[in-house]
Design a protein. Structure first.
Lengths: 162, 536
């Protein structure tokens, strides 16, 4: 759900734009900086980005939406990526995917009701000798089964309450 | 014990992300904690992975006669290792420990390999420049700095090195075009394609995480050769560990004068920067990659002009894969002939092969071209992980053909694969056991293309979507003859009419599935070879 941006976010976005203004081919690095910082690239940032980098609004929109990595809406506290590529399929990734979805009660691109986990597909983590693989935030896990995922999810739950 | 206190024993625990994915950090922590608890001083080194991933976390202990391997080591095994005095691996107790594999260098799996590009991987601390130099690092650059650009290019051409990203275009010829391109003093670029998106491949990741300086050295040599002063590594966003390692390594190389305005006091400049991709498979295509580096959508460009003449920001640009660039230092160090002596036919040198998917012993096997698929799958891979027969193998990523058992004797060689409408590609081999449904794999090939198509040309953009629809009808058993004819017709259009390999090669997995595994599509197998009969 898109909401008006907080002043804090606007200030942050403004600072990132200033830092990337003169960088050759700086739009992708800028979008990464914004998403790394506030978790997504809000549509409200398109106008200041287009002005700062002397691009059209359409160009900014086009780039943000072309790349799978960029999101235009806030996501959960953690992101769980499940690899869907061939190597993981050869080791039961299709079954694992449906089990994880059932456990979390969400589909791809959705977030659990408590706001903790967003589920995303990914196409290869380069961990193909240890398939199936998942990535939780920046950490990759190999030879994964649904019990392991449940343990990780339980750890996240305790981490928040601690 | 008194000796151990004087010189701490070196213990190696890999920091490669596949090793981490199997718990290498937990193992390293447990070893340090157990040593502290027992008051034993150790020197814990986080090395690269040797690439025997079924044995990770792969712990090694240094001895006078070489490193001894204990693997796989989980935290629960650590106390028993100390109990068995594993710091003295040849002691009676340590030799008897179930995880003791003996001297690492003597392991058959490693001993049978020919590691040139991966010579240091798993041996050194990836972020130690001293370690790199001690293991023949920067010798190639030293030779390059004594040569003219044309001489360097000639060495690369004579080595026979071809683009390891998949297209197999001769690297030296590409460099030569950039060397001669543009007016004197024009800004040129070296771009490293590190958007390793093919499923079943991880050799680029391993180089970047486990021996980043070899890539930095290779790119520096490329820059010196063609007269480029700026380099970019276009790295996929799925590799956060590689990004950290590369950035640290670049900072160290800069601080030591191997990068910057005056490389090794030669008066020549070379600057290097890592740029993160954003999850688009198509950006592994070189013109799409260039668009992305320029801050645009990754739309494929028409060729000509070639990137070598009008590439990044319209300037002459070398675009090479990680493995191609990481192979340059050893060629410049040991000479073109040394490298060219490996291989077969027009495929010279070695290929870092990656065993993946349903395979018992998955990992990195670097060998001269000419090894057969069967040797790789069974001698190295040990058969399937599930213990069932290997029914199909996909070589060369999502755009590579599926090969049945009857084709397993093919030699890894670019031309041999072309003859059977297959590709060696980036050297990834994904094995499937007999539970695989090849109609579903064909559907996935179209689905992947539909998700990842840049959308510029119609055969790819529309063809992929139509392909999924038609395969769905076939899976549902509707008008089989008509719909199979339609898939073949559609594939023909995509192969002949697409702008790049994405649409042009998506039919490879589809048609190979149809030709070799027709029974999975509900039709009689009338292929040239009946895979099941051969297997029986």
């Amino acid at each position: 759900v898109a909401t008006a941006l907080s002043l804090q976010h606007l200030v942050k976005i403004g600072a990132h734009i200033a830092a990337h203004k003169t960088m050759p081919g700086g739009l992708l690095p800028l979008l990464h900086a914004i998403q790394d910082d506030i978790g997504y690239v809000p549509e409200e940032s398109y106008l200041p980005i287009s002005k700062g980098l002397a691009l059209s609004l359409a160009e900014v929109h086009g780039v943000v939406t072309f790349y799978h990595h960029f999101r235009t809406h806030p996501v959960g506290k953690h992101i769980l990526h499940i690899c869907r590529a061939e190597s993981c399929q050869a080791m039961g990734a299709v079954k694992l995917e449906s089990e994880i979805k059932a456990q979390l009660g969400i589909d791809f691109h959705e977030t659990t009701a408590d706001g903790k986990i967003t589920l995303e597909p990914i196409y290869c983590l380069g961990n193909c000798a240890c398939s199936p693989a998942i990535m939780l935030d920046d950490e990759v896990y190999g030879r994964v089964n649904v019990e392991m995922v449940n343990e990780l999810v339980a750890e996240l739950a305790s981490e928040v309450t601690a | 014990m008194s000796e151990i206190e004087v010189t701490p024993v070196k213990i190696f625990v890999p920091r490669d992300s596949s090793a981490l994915s199997l718990g290498a950090n937990r193992t390293a922590k447990a070893i340090q904690a157990e040593a502290d608890k027992r008051g034993i001083k150790i020197e814990l080194i986080r090395n690269g992975s040797r690439g025997l991933f079924w044995l990770e976390p792969f712990v090694e202990v240094a001895t006078d006669s070489g490193r001894v391997a204990f693997a796989p080591v989980q935290p629960k095994d650590v106390a028993s290792l100390f109990d068995a005095d594993f710091l003295d691996p040849f002691s009676i107790n340590a030799s008897k420990h179930a995880l003791n594999l003996g001297l690492t260098e003597e392991l058959t799996w490693l001993k049978k390999q020919q590691r040139l590009t991966f010579a240091r991987v798993g041996i050194t601390d990836p972020l130690s420049l001293e370690d790199y130099i001690e293991h023949y690092g920067y010798k190639g650059l030293a030779n390059a700095l004594k040569s003219t650009g044309a001489e360097i290019v000639k060495t690369v051409t004579d080595s026979g090195l071809r683009g390891r990203g998949g297209a197999a275009f001769p690297t030296g010829i590409k460099w030569n075009t950039v060397l001669g391109a543009g007016e004197k003093g024009v800004q040129k670029y070296v771009v490293c394609n590190a958007d390793e998106g093919d499923s079943g491949t991880y050799s680029d990741r391993m180089i970047m995480e486990n021996d980043p300086f070899v890539l930095i050295e290779g790119m520096t040599i490329a820059g010196i050769a063609v007269g480029a002063t700026i380099g970019y590594i276009y790295l996929r966003s799925e590799y956060p560990h590689a990004q950290k390692t590369l950035n640290e390594a670049i900072a160290k190389a800069e601080a030591a004068g191997y990068l910057g305005d005056d490389v090794c006091k030669s008066g020549k400049a070379f600057h290097l920067e890592v740029r993160r991709a954003a999850g688009a498979y198509i950006c592994g295509e070189e013109t799409s990659l260039i668009e992305s580096l320029e801050g645009k959508r990754g739309l494929v460009r028409f060729k000509p002009p070639l990137p070598a003449i009008e590439g990044l920001f319209g300037k002459p640009t070398v675009v090479n894969n990680v493995i191609s660039l990481a192979t340059i230092p050893i060629i410049l160090d040991k000479g073109a002939q040394y490298y060219a002596d490996y291989g077969m036919g027009r495929s010279r040198g070695t290929l870092p092969i990656q065993l993946a998917g349903n395979i018992k012993q998955g990992g990195l096997v670097e060998l001269a071209f000419g090894v057969t698929l069967r040797e790789l799958l069974y001698d190295f891979g040990g058969g399937s992980a599930t213990g069932k027969p290997i029914r199909a193998v996909q070589v060369g990523g999502p755009l590579g053909a599926f090969l049945p058992e009857s084709q397993f004797d093919i030699q890894l060689d670019y031309e041999e694969f072309t003859k059977i409408n297959g590709v060696v590609g980036h050297g990834g081999i994904v094995a499937f056991d007999d539970t695989v449904d090849m109609a579903k794999m064909a559907r996935y090939a179209f689905e992947f293309c539909a998700i990842e198509s840049c959308g510029k040309c119609t055969p790819c953009r529309v063809g992929a979507v139509r392909g999924v629809e038609v395969i769905d009808k076939i899976i549902a058993g509707k008008d089989l003859a008509k719909n199979i004819a339609l898939v073949r017709d559609l594939s023909d259009t995509m192969m002949s009419g697409s702008l790049c390999a994405m649409g042009g090669m998506t039919p490879f997995p589809v048609l190979s599935a149809l030709n070799h595994f027709a029974e999975d599509f509900g039709i009689e197998n009338k292929g040239i070879v009946d895979a099941k009969k051969v297997a029986a």
